[in-house]
Ligand binder design. Structure first.
Ligand code: SF4
Length: 505
């Protein structure tokens, strides 16, 4: 049957079985569409990155003789909507079958199911052959269990896929988790190698995006675009990480610094989430490098990295498919506020917020602690509606696709799911930020003060959050210590804290 196969922007998997051999009756289609550029305001680097990576991938398979149809954003025949483009193509070119890979977004999954019902030809869906787990594997793993804890899922993944194991039962290094040794503050030493950049000239592509008048946020230096946009680039980022950054990754994965946007982080998330590179090959390379350099690299650096990819990443995907579509409406703490304007221009006197947002606007990137414990923490403490938080995170980060974004914002960061992902809310006062960063030294606010105009906003907001959400956390053992510290505060201090917090909010 004459077949049309769809490839979405985050399905750039060179190793997919679809591409093993050339088949004359098959045509692949790629679409740059307003449907995808406009469902949220994206960072300009995100749109550039996706379009460039899609174009590179289309070129790659075309060079291997596959037949390709590519809709560029300004092409005349591009109807800017998936269904319209598909229907036109099918009738114009007489396709007899339509095939697609299961999308990772609920929205697109629903849309494709609807399209398949409405078009008059045979259809078939395939796996993306990217993740370690299937969509429903997590649900099956936890079925009948009282509580979902990522750690048990992660251990099962290690066993099942024989990753960092000494034998069928025992983990490499004698422990499953080295999280406690992954919490160092970076004080200028060891030296951080420059990030693996690419300095690609994407000026022409930027002009196309401008011509299409797509609304974007953030900044870009289109003459030196720094993200990987091909399989080759992605492998090079992976190799660079193994050789130069892995040695200190675990130690400093939670550290924050005014002058360092990336520290020892790999910056592989965009390559991974577009599937230019697979989690299996990332883990194999990292572990292979570790086994070859055991005298230089400690297991704690490697385990911390593997936990992110094999544990958290797969876990969040499983939660997404288990909990959608209701998850998107969750707002357990009934928060209602808007995000402050400074999330779009970094103009705030809070040094931690200024640097975290500035990094995000300049690079379409911030590492997990900046996202979780600075901008996410502040949004939760100021009672922001999770819809606004989602829109900001989904738009600003180059690696943000809903399955991984929403589980991290609503679940991990905003406690909107009431504790499905995180067993306690990830909130902190200024003292955690001070412990992990050099932000507070030069801040307008004083981290040591809880009340008064010059007090660190995170302090009063933190105690106010515990105070005003107390009934949600009573009975949660992990919150006992925080609540008993709250109880020790005298009523005058609490009144001052509430007043200061109210003013900030
Ligand atoms: Fe952030 Fe408070 Fe430290 Fe300023 S003092 S950098 S607001 S934590």
């Amino acid at each position: 049957l004459k077949t049309l196969r769809l490839i979405l922007g985050d399905q750039l998997n060179h190793q997919h079985s679809w591409f093993k051999e050339y088949q004359e009756h098959i045509t692949y289609v790629f679409m740059e569409m307003r449907q995808e550029t406009d469902y949220v305001v994206h960072h300009i680097q995100k749109i550039l990155g996706f379009f460039k990576a899609m174009r590179n991938f289309a070129e790659y398979i075309e060079e291997r003789d596959h037949q390709v149809i590519y809709f560029k954003i300004n092409d005349k025949g591009n109807k800017q909507e998936l269904q319209k483009n598909l229907e036109n193509l099918i009738s114009e070119k007489d396709f007899e079958k339509f095939e697609y890979q299961l999308p990772d977004e609920y929205r697109l999954d629903e849309q494709l199911k609807k399209i398949c019902k409405e078009i008059d030809i045979k259809t078939e869906a395939y796996d993306t052959e990217h993740f370690f787990t299937t969509r429903d594997e997590l649900e099956k793993f936890y079925s009948g269990k009282k509580q979902m804890v990522m750690e048990y899922f992660y251990r099962e993944m290690r066993r099942k896929h024989d990753i960092l194991m000494m034998n069928a039962k025992d983990p490499e290094g004698g422990k499953w988790n080295f999280d406690k040794s992954n919490r160092k503050k970076w004080k200028g030493d060891p030296e951080i190698p420059h990030e693996r950049g690419f300095r690609k000239d994407l000026t022409n592509l930027l002009k196309e995006i401008e011509q299409a008048e797509i609304k974007t946020m953030g900044e870009v230096q289109a003459k030196s675009f720094n993200w990987p946009t091909s399989r080759e680039d992605s492998l090079s980022v992976l190799n660079y990480f193994c050789k130069n950054l892995l040695v200190h990754f675990g130690d400093y994965q939670d550290a924050l610094h005014t002058d360092q946007a990336y520290l020892f982080h790999s910056r592989l998330s965009f390559a991974l989430n577009t599937k230019m590179i697979s989690p299996r090959e990332v883990i194999d390379s990292v572990i292979g490098y570790y086994y070859d350099h055991k005298d230089e690299i400690d297991i704690s650096q490697v385990e911390g990295f593997v936990r992110q990819i094999l544990g958290w990443r797969e876990y969040m995907r499983g939660i997404y498919w288990k909990e959608m579509p209701g998850y998107k409406r969750s707002n357990r703490l009934r928060n209602q506020n808007d995000l402050p304007d400074f999330y779009w221009d970094a103009k705030t006197k809070m040094n931690c917020m200024h640097h975290s947002i500035k990094n995000s606007l300049e690079n379409a990137y911030a590492h997990h602690i900046q996202r979780l414990m600075i901008t996410g923490n502040y949004a939760l403490l100021t009672e922001t509606h999770p819809d606004h938080v989602d829109q900001w995170y989904l738009g600003i980060y180059i690696d943000a696709i809903e399955w991984v974004e929403i589980t991290n914002t609503r679940g991990m960061s905003q406690f909107a799911d009431g504790g499905i992902v995180a067993t306690k809310p990830y909130v902190s006062s200024g003292s955690y930020i001070n412990k992990m960063s050099n932000y507070c030294g030069n801040c307008h606010y004083k981290v040591s003060k809880k009340t008064g105009e010059d007090s660190c906003p995170f302090n009063s907001l933190y105690w106010n959050f515990l105070d005003s959400n107390r009934e949600n956390f009573e009975g949660n053992q992990r919150m006992n210590m925080m609540l008993s510290l709250l109880d020790k505060k005298d009523s005058r201090e609490m009144d001052e804290i509430r007043e200061r917090a109210k003013k900030i909010i």
